[in-house]
Design a protein around this ligand. Structure first.
Ligand code: AMP
Length: 293
């Protein structure tokens, strides 16, 4: 068997569980050996290495891992060159500039030179502020950035924001977004051009994509009076139009057909109520594991 390709995964934090779940749903099973495992076999072709999310861009850029899953914010902050293969959609947040609620500042242009900015993202913060003509004094922290104005060590913070509740609780207000972020699948430079590893990259990307696509869809089955097929086609566009099958004549008084279709998750409630309107019965909705167009 060929050598396993190494995927660096976050060992803890916000992205760790979602990354494992996604790989699991793509059919890649973790085989942990030992209790405090720093690595695990993953499916037949891969080996997972559990490391800090912030170190993953470095490991992948250096070739210590073939692939990695980590936040786009950390990838950009590392300044390292890696191939971004796929946006995985989880861990969504934004890197934002925030000031104290009572501050008169409403935009970055109003920040004075030498303003003290606390952040765990010095590279991105410097790039952004210098691009806006502000020469800030950076206070480098590794966590709890949002408390630094309260402690009097900074006037401004640059931190990740998801719901905004951490900023609010700490009396802070956003004035700018530096970047939007989510988790990405990355690969070491040059991997895509290699025969074996490149093929595995395509396979891995394809199966993760099929899971991501499927999670936005539902499979719907229902029985509808034969006379309403034209309206049914309008309500259920499906991937290629609904599949319509005869229902064997039973005790049902009406002549029914069964319709199956893939429906956008967000459209589901509307579709169900429209189906009810044309006399649909026995509506059944299921999740889809994978969807390959
Ligand atoms: P929230 O209160 O939902 O806006 O979340 C903000 C807090 O969660 C901050 O401490 C952030 O550093 C952290 N955070 C939010 N989203 C992420 C993410 N995708 N990755 C890592 N940390 C995050």
């Amino acid at each position: 068997m060929s050598k396993r390709l190494r995927i660096a995964l976050p060992n803890k934090g916000r992205l760790a569980q979602d990354a494992r779940d996604l790989l699991g749903r793509a059919g890649l099973e973790f085989d942990f050996r030992g209790e405090r495992a720093l690595q695990a076999d993953l499916g037949a072709d891969f080996k997972a290495l559990f490391v800090r999310a912030a170190d993953i861009p470095e490991f992948v850029a250096e070739g210590a891992a073939d692939f990695g899953i980590t936040g786009l914010d950390l990838i950009r902050e590392s300044g390292r060159s890696v191939d971004q293969l796929l946006d995985l959609g989880f861990g969504r947040c934004r890197l934002a500039v925030a000031v104290r609620d009572e501050s008169a500042v409403v935009s970055v242009d109003q920040l004075r030179d030498n303003v003290r900015v606390a952040t765990a993202f010095p590279r991105l913060t410097n790039e952004f502020l210098q691009g806006r003509g502000c020469q800030a004094t950076l206070v480098h922290v590794n966590g709890a950035t949002e408390v630094t104005p309260l402690l009097g060590v900074a006037d401004v913070v640059v931190d990740l924001v998801a719901t905004g509740s951490t900023l609010r609780v700490n009396g802070l207000r956003e004035i700018a977004t530096i970047m939007s972020s989510s988790a990405y699948l990355i690969a070491r430079p040059g991997l895509k051009e290699e025969a074996v590893a490149g093929a595995k990259a395509l396979q891995l990307t394809g199966s993760l994509e099929s899971v991501l696509r499927a999670q936005e869809k539902r499979y719907l089955m229902t029985n509808v009076p034969r006379g309403r097929i034209a309206e049914l086609k309008r309500i259920l566009p499906g991937l290629n139009g609904p599949t319509i099958v005869d229902v064997l004549a039973g005790t049902a008084a009406e002549d029914l057909v069964a319709a199956h279709a893939v429906v956008d998750r967000v459209e589901l409630e509307r579709v169900i109520s429209e189906l009810r309107g044309i006399g649909a019965v026995g509506i059944l909705v299921t999740r889809i594991e994978r969807l390959l167009p």
